[in-house]
Ligand binder design. Structure first.
Ligand code: UDP
Length: 243
């Protein structure tokens, strides 16, 4: 039985990082297909307006909070989330867990060249990790057919999709069945971080729950998207009052 908590109608699994990794290991063994979403407050807000995204999040097999705002909001829900489980950290932990095993991974997304640099860097970090292929995330219909064929041919057990949200969630929902992968995860800009093009916030910022602030000052073009954060907080508080 999943232990879940709802934040503005988006269900989150109340798990810490170690539990999330154990669940993914189970997904790799049970003979079924699974997709994992890692919403932050911006995506939770987007899902309020986008019914298709809301449905996809509600049907996901594992939903973990990629944002301290979501962890904060859970204090007003039935079950409190104990920690942020960022998509980037989750994938790193999965790499560590599957390195040296028969499981394999495919990197799909990012600007041209990013997925291959990310794969090279991850190979250095986890020499036993089996990365079977990758492709950038900019494609037309013809190119998409080739990408789908490439993934099917290489048959990775885990497909990482970094097309940004909500594009990646919709892409995964539309294609997971035909691809036959065991696990698909929407990883946002994680390939940029793995490739070394974008830096994570220093550990202290992460510990203090201020990674969003670091991203705002280092990537100021994100400010428009981040305007959703105060709106998210207000919506959560308003809902709490109505209870
Ligand atoms: N991206 C892509 N195809 C697209 C749009 C975006 O591959 O059509 C990639 C982009 O290069 C970047 C990632 O998707 O690597 C989005 O990163 P961002 O940090 O914005 O992710 P989010 O915050 O949405 O998780």
């Amino acid at each position: 039985m999943r232990k879940m908590t709802q934040i503005l109608d988006v269900p989150f699994d109340a798990v810490n990082m170690a539990e999330a990794v154990a669940i993914v290991k189970g997904f790799l063994q049970d003979g079924k297909q699974h997709y994992i979403c890692t919403p932050n407050p911006e995506i939770v807000m987007e899902a309020q307006q986008d019914k298709e995204l809301m449905r996809i999040l509600r049907e996901a097999d594992l939903v973990v909070p990629d944002g301290i705002g979501v962890v904060w909001a859970s204090r007003y829900s039935e079950i409190r989330l104990t920690e942020r489980v960022a998509g980037y950290d989750l994938t790193q932990n999965i790499f560590q867990a599957i390195a040296g095993s028969a499981e394999s991974v495919y990197f799909f997304g990012g600007a041209p060249g990013v997925a291959s640099t990310a794969a090279r860097q991850m190979k250095k970090k986890y020499p036993q990790l089996n990365i079977v292929g990758g492709h950038n995330g900019y494609f037309d219909d013809a190119e998409e057919k080739k990408i789908l064929a490439d993934i099917k041919r290489l048959a990775p057990s885990i497909l990482l999709v970094g097309l940004g949200a909500p594009k990646q969630e919709k892409w995964i929902a539309a294609h997971i069945e035909e691809l036959g992968v065991k696990v698909a995860i929407g990883v946002g800009g994680s390939f940029d971080v793995m490739a070394g093009n974008v830096k994570r916030a220093p550990k202290l910022f992460q510990k203090l729950g201020l990674e969003w602030f670091y991203r705002l000052i280092t990537q100021p073009t994100r400010w428009r998207r981040m305007m959703r954060l105060p709106k998210f907080a207000c919506t959560v508080l308003k809902k709490k009052k109505q209870r």
